[in-house]
Design a protein around this ligand. Structure first.
Ligand code: DOR
Ligand code: ZN
Length: 346
């Protein structure tokens, strides 16, 4: 049995750091073990302009602990009226990364999102030409569509067309959750990748809904059947090179999760590396961990690999059920109140 494991310092290719009072909690949580993080733009006022992105970057950087080499990578929020000139401005910023597409209404702060991707052709053309990746929340925005089918409907109705129109555009289908998405990414060419979250590898909809309702496992896309979870695990276990960690860590305050109208999002950042290691251990895939968390994403996006290493030990830790205390917040992390078999050697 392997009791110690050394990997490259990991990257999280999809995280919500939020704003205001949450930044002093979220930024250090991600900076603790991560090298780079792709930061999502769905703030209360979505980041649609280069100026907004630059201001947000400044705010984030104020909360990076001293001595940390943590690098937040920034994104722009796509709308039906996004202009090429604005993207060109954003491309001048340090650490600008890509453009995020939220179909209108699919998740938190997505009301300003895209209603019709055909309205975005000019900017997609520019992105394809400049090598800027399109990061997609892949769910249909039709409220009549069954919530468990929205990912596959989005792939069939929207993603297939975008890929035909822009075959060289780098696209990441974020937080894939279904066997259809797993198959789609597997069968697509070198410009199509996917991120996977810990919760979609760890749990299925029975865990969320089958016994009592577990609001802290509620996220978009919603957890699906066991066969869907297994399709994601298969990609990971075989070391498929175009899937990588994107935690979708998305904190909401406890009262907004444990609520009659609860928010979608799992706050996975605080113990992300420990949990992902545990999941890979349970899958018998510890030999694939390094590539999934530190290599595949960098290779897909054309970023350099880090030389920093980090050591994991088979040593149990208790995950607290609130990580906001010091800041007078109530934030329940993924795995809160349970114990994990792996810890990071700091
Ligand atoms: O569950 C989710 N929460 N999924 C998303 O795509 C967004 C996120 C959030 O920002 O709360
Ligand atoms: Zn997200």
């Amino acid at each position: 049995m392997l009791n110690e494991l050394s990997i490259l310092r990991p990257d999280d290719w999809h995280v919500h750091l939020r704003e205001g009072a949450l930044l002093p909690i979220t930024v250090p949580a991600s900076a603790r073990y991560f090298n780079r993080c792709v930061v999502m733009p769905n703030l209360q006022q979505p980041l649609t302009t280069a100026k907004q992105i630059a201001n947000y970057a400044k705010e984030i950087r104020q909360h990076i602990p001293q001595g940390s080499k943590f690098q937040p990578l920034l994104t722009m929020y796509l709308t039906d009226t996004s202009e090429v000139a604005e993207l060109e401005e954003a491309l001048k910023l340090d650490d600008f990364f890509g453009v995020k597409c939220y179909p209108c209404g699919v998740t938190t702060n997505s009301k300003a999102g895209v209603r019709d991707l055909n309205n975005c052709n000019a900017i997609l053309e520019k992105m394809q030409q400049a090598g800027v990746p399109l990061l997609v929340h892949g769910e249909s925005s039709e409220t009549k569509d069954d919530v468990f089918d929205r990912e596959k409907i989005f792939i069939n109705d929207s993603l297939v067309k975008v890929r035909q129109q822009f075959p060289e555009l780098k696209i990441t289908l974020e937080h894939i959750s279904s066997k259809e998405a797993a198959a789609y990414v597997r069968d697509s060419g070198p410009h199509m990748a996917a991120t996977i979250t810990p919760q979609h590898l760890w749990f299925n909809r029975n865990d969320l809904l089958g016994d009592n309702l577990k609001p802290h496992l509620y996220c978009k896309p919603i957890l699906k059947r066991e066969e869907d979870r297994q399709a994601l695990c298969s990609l990971v276990k075989e070391g498929f090179p175009r899937v990588f960690l994107g935690s979708d860590s998305a904190p909401h305050r406890r009262q907004d999760k444990e609520n009659s109208c609860g928010c979608a999002g799992v706050f996975s950042a605080p113990y992300l590396l420990e949990i992902i290691t545990q999941i890979f251990d349970e899958l018998g895939a510890l030999d694939k961990l390094n590539d999934f968390v530190a290599v595949n994403g960098a290779n897909f996006y054309g970023y350099p690999l880090t030389s920093d290493k980090i050591t994991l030990k088979r040593q149990a830790i208790e995950i607290p059920d609130n990580v906001g205390q010091q800041h007078n917040e109530q934030l329940v992390p993924l795995g809160g109140g349970t114990s994990i078999n792996w810890s990071v050697d700091e």
